[in-house]
Design a protein around this ligand. Structure first.
Ligand code: HEM
Length: 147
């Protein structure tokens, strides 16, 4: 990921956020993508969840730049989604589906969506995703920042 990716991601994130359908569409696609995902969200209050995800996507971008508030958020998300008593127990195999559904929602919500926009979303979110997967498996990882 480089600084251009951050700019392209941020502009696309803002266009998506202007669409009231964006996060709702993501959860519609994600919940329909696998029975395992649907099961995880069966008690979810989606009004609250949609707000939380919008903020979280922004904080993922802040985290990848190394800012403490973003890194603290990512640490909290990795812990919450982890294995063990009282946690969400989100296995690493579910993250590819998560990203795929998110990118489909971005494609539908961002009028300027193209290959470059898609690449920027992947570049910005992959370090956070890899961090969460590694934490689940009990591996210590460093968050990779901008090149
Ligand atoms: C990098 C990827 C992800 C991000 C940024 C993310 C973000 C979030 C956020 C912000 C919350 C709300 C936390 C809170 O209540 O304070 C949440 C909850 C949750 N996430 Fe994720 N998530 C990710 C991946 C996944 C994946 C792959 C799954 C697989 C099913 C998943 C399932 C859940 C569930 C079940 C909840 C709890 C919903 C509830 O409260 O009922 N997440 N996530």
């Amino acid at each position: 990921m480089n600084l251009k990716d951050l700019e392209v991601f941020n502009d696309s994130y803002e266009r998506c956020s202007a669409s009231p359908e964006f996060v709702a569409r993501f959860y519609e696609l994600f919940v329909a993508s696998s029975p395992e995902v649907a099961e995880k969200f069966r008690h979810t209050d989606f009004r609250r969840q949609k707000r939380a995800l919008r903020a979280s996507l922004y904080l993922m971008m802040v985290a990848v730049q190394g800012y403490p508030e973003g890194v603290a958020h990512l640490e909290r998300m990795a812990d919450l989604h982890g294995a063990g008593a009282g946690k969400l127990d989100i296995g690493p195999h579910l993250y590819a589906l998560w990203l795929d559904c998110l990118l489909r929602a971005v494609r539908e919500s961002d009028p300027f969506f193209d290959d470059n926009v898609e690449r920027a979303w992947k570049a910005v979110l992959t370090p956070g995703i890899e961090f969460m997967k590694a934490r689940y498996e009990g591996r210590e990882v460093e968050l990779r920042g901008p090149e």
